[in-house]
Write a protein that binds this ligand. Structure first.
Ligand code: G4P
Length: 531
C-alpha cells in the first residue's frame, strides 16, 4: 500500500470522561465492533476503586510491562483505528492531559444523569488549547437522566463549544425506546434484552410523519419526537464537518455503552469524519504526516515497577515518515543515535514486535533510561516537537529526606520518576528544597512507595499551601529579578531551570499580575506557541 494511503487510513484518538461515565465500557464495545476482542469483559478495567496506593501498585504489578491496554488498534470500515487509553483515576489526570497531545481527536463520554462533571471540564480545557475535534457521547440513556436539551445547553455553556445532535433519544430510563438518527432519518430501536449484539435494530421510515413511527414507539413518544426534531432544526446549526475539524462544533450522539446501543452509528460517523494524522509544530517548522522522513515524540513512559525488570516502555507517537525496526534514529535532546530491536505495537490484549509503523501510530520502545517525556526522534533533523507541555499541578509537598545516607538515591529516584511524568519537581533556593507537585494525593503515596522499593530511599512529605504553579516569562529581566527578590520564598525552578511562581492563592496570583505588569504567568510550561 502506498505511504499516503497508510496515512489516510489512520484515526488516532482518545476516549475521555469523568470517572464512571462509561469510558471503559465504551472502549470495550468499540473493540467488539472492531473484532479486536470477541467477548465483553475482556478489557481490564484500569480503574482504581479504592484510592489507596497499594491498590494502584497491585494493579500496576499485574499489568506489569504488558501495557496492553495503553494503545488499542483495530481495523474498522477500511480504517485503522488507534485508541489511546487514559487513566481512569482523576489523580492521574496529568497523564491523560499528555496523552491528549498525541491524539488527533477525542470522544467525550458524558453520563446523562450527571451531566458535565469537574474532570470533564478540565479535560475539555486541554482539548480547547489544541482545538482538538470532539465527538460527544451521552451515555446511560437506559437510566432516568436529565432532559436532553438541558444537557446540550450545559455542554455548550460549561465546555465552551457549540454542539449539534446527530441522534435524538426517544424517552429515557425504563421507557428508553431508541434514537432517531437526524442525519439519515432512520430509527435505531433499543432492545434491552440483547446486550451483546453487534448489529443494531435499524428501521427505515419515510419521514417523521410516517405512521410506522407511531406504531413502533407509540403515539405520545412519536409526537414528542416530532416536536423535538422541529426544535432542534430551529435551534441548532446544520452539522458542518469543517467546523468539527476546527474543534468548534461537537456532534452529539445518545446511547448506552453497557447495552451496546448507539455505538455503531457513532463509530461509523467517527471513521468518516475524524481527522487523519495532523501536522505538529516543532521549534523549527511544522511537520506534516506526509513528510517522507520519519519523526515522532515521546508522550508517555510506562515504568515496570517489578524490581527484577527495571526497563521501561516509552510511547512514541509517529508524526511523519515511516518508522522502521533496527534503524538508527536521532535522539535530538541527547544528540545520540539509537536503534530499536523490539518496537511493539498493541492489539487489544496482545502486543507484537513490528517491522514498520506509520504516522498516527503509537508504538512502544523499550528504554533503559534514555527518554523523558517530550523527547523527539528524527532521521537526523535537528528539531524538537512542541505542544507536550507540563500542566500546573494542584497539590504541592516538600520532600523531607528521612535517610541522609541515601541522599543520592533519593535525588536519582526523584529525577527519574519525574522524567516518567509521575509528578513534577520544583527546586527552591536557598537550601535546594525539593517540591513535588501533582494533581492528586495518590501520586505522593506512589512516589513514596517507589522511592523505597526501587531506589532504597525513604522520604516524608510536608504539605505546602500553594494554589497553582505558574511559569513566568518576560522580556523585562529587571522586573523578573525584582519579583524573585520580593517573592523569593514562593519562586521555584522546574526541571529545565525555568522560573515558576508557586502562587499561594488565586488572589496572590491576581495581585502579582497587577503589580508586575511585564511578567506573564502561565499555567502550562509551554507558552511560546499557540497550542
Ligand atoms: P469509566 O471507565 O468511565 O470509569 O466507567 P466504566 O465504563 O467503568 O463504567 C462505570 C459504571 O457505569 C460501570 O458500573 C458500568 O457498568 C456502568 N455503565 C457504563 N455504561 C452504562 C450504561 O449505558 N448504562 C448503565 N446503566 N450503566 C452503565 P459499575 O457498577 O461501576 O462497574 P461494573 O461492576 O459494572 O464493572
Amino acid at each position: 500500500m502506498k505511504f499516503t494511503e497508510e496515512i489516510e487510513k489512520r484515526k488516532t484518538f482518545a476516549i475521555i470522561s469523568h470517572p464512571d461515565a462509561g469510558k471503559t465500557t465504551l472502549t470495550e464495545k468499540f473493540l467488539l465492533f472492531g473484532g479486536a476482542i470477541q467477548v465483553a469483559g475482556a478489557v481490564k478495567n484500569n480503574k482504581i476503586k479504592k484510592t489507596a496506593a497499594s491498590d494502584f501498585m497491585e494493579i500496576e504489578k499485574q499489568r506489569g510491562i504488558s501495557v496492553a491496554t495503553s494503545v488499542m488498534t483495530f481495523p474498522y470500515n477500511q480504517k485503522i483505528v488507534n485508541i489511546l487509553d487514559t487513566p481512569g483515576h482523576k489523580d492521574f489526570a496529568e497523564d491523560t492531559y499528555r496523552t491528549l497531545t498525541a491524539v488527533d481527536s477525542v470522544i467525550l463520554v458524558i453520563d446523562c444523569v450527571k451531566g458535565v462533571e469537574a474532570q470533564t471540564e478540565r479535560l475539555m480545557e486541554v482539548c480547547r488549547m489544541r482545538d482538538t475535534p470532539v465527538i460527544i457521547f451521552i451515555n446511560k440513556m437506559d437510566r432516568p437522566g436529565r432532559d436532553a436539551f438541558d444537557l446540550l445547553d450545559e455542554l455548550e455553556e460549561k465546555l465552551d463549544i457549540k454542539v449539534r445532535p446527530l441522534s435524538w433519544p426517544i424517552n429515557m430510563g425504563k421507557e428508553f425506546k431508541g434514537v432517531y438518527k437526524l442525519y439519515d432519518g432512520t430509527l435505531n430501536l433499543f432492545d434491552a434484552e440483547n446486550k451483546s449484539k453487534v448489529a443494531e435494530n435499524i428501521v427505515p421510515i419515510t419521514g417523521l410523519e410516517d405512521s410506522k413511527l407511531d406504531d413502533l414507539v407509540g403515539e405520545t413518544d412519536a409526537n414528542e419526537l416530532r416536536e423535538n426534531v422541529e426544535l432542534i432544526d430551529g435551534v441548532y446549526e446544520t452539522f458542518e464537518k469543517e467546523e468539527y475539524l476546527k474543534g468548534k462544533l461537537a456532534p452529539v450522539f445518545f446511547g448506552s455503552a453497557l447495552n451496546n446501543f448507539g455505538i455503531k452509528e457513532m463509530l461509523d460517523t467517527f471513521t468518516e469524519i475524524a481527522p487523519n494524522p495532523q501536522p505538529v509544530e516543532t521549534d523549527k517548522r511544522e511537520v506534516t504526516a506526509s513528510d517522507e522522513k520519519f519523526s515522532g515524540f515521546i508522550f508517555k513512559i510506562h515504568a515496570n515497577i517489578d524490581p527484577n525488570h527495571r526497563d521501561r516502555i516509552a510511547f512514541l507517537r509517529i508524526v511523519s515518515g515511516k518508522f522502521k525496526r533496527n534503524t538508527f534514529y536521532k535522539h535530538v535532546r541527547l544528540d545520540k543515535k539509537l536503534k530499536f530491536a523490539n518496537p511493539a505495537s498493541f492489539m487489544a490484549q496482545s502486543k507484537e514486535i513490528i517491522e514498520e509503523a506509520f504516522p498516527g501510530d503509537v508504538i512502544g520502545l523499550y528504554d533503559t533510561g534514555n527518554f523523558k517525556i517530550g523527547d523527539t526522534l528524527t532521521e537526523g533533523e535537528e528539531m524538537m516537537f512542541k505542544g507536550i507541555p507540563s500542566f500546573s499541578p494542584e497539590m504541592f509537598k516538600e520532600v523531607v529526606n528521612k535517610d541522609p545516607m541515601k541522599t543520592k538515591q533519593l535525588e536519582k529516584g526523584l529525577q527519574q520518576l519525574t522524567e516518567e511524568g509521575v509528578a513534577q519537581l520544583f527546586t527552591k533556593q536557598p537550601g535546594n528544597i525539593k517540591i513535588i507537585g501533582t494533581v492528586g494525593n495518590l501520586q505522593f503515596e506512589v512516589i513514596q512507595y517507589r522511592l523505597k522499593n526501587e531506589y532504597g530511599a525513604t522520604c516524608d512529605f510536608k504539605s505546602l499551601n500553594y494554589h497553582l504553579a505558574c511559569w513566568i516569562t518576560t522580556k523585562n529581566e529587571e522586573q523578573l529579578n525584582q519579583f524573585v527578590k520580593v517573592k523569593g520564598s514562593d519562586v521555584g525552578y522546574d526541571k529545565d531551570g525555568n522560573p515558576v511562581f508557586l502562587a499561594p492563592s488565586a488572589w496572590m496570583l491576581e495581585k502579582a499580575r497587577e503589580n508586575y505588569a511585564d511578567l506573564e504567568f502561565h499555567t502550562t510550561s509551554e507558552f511560546k506557541v499557540q497550542l
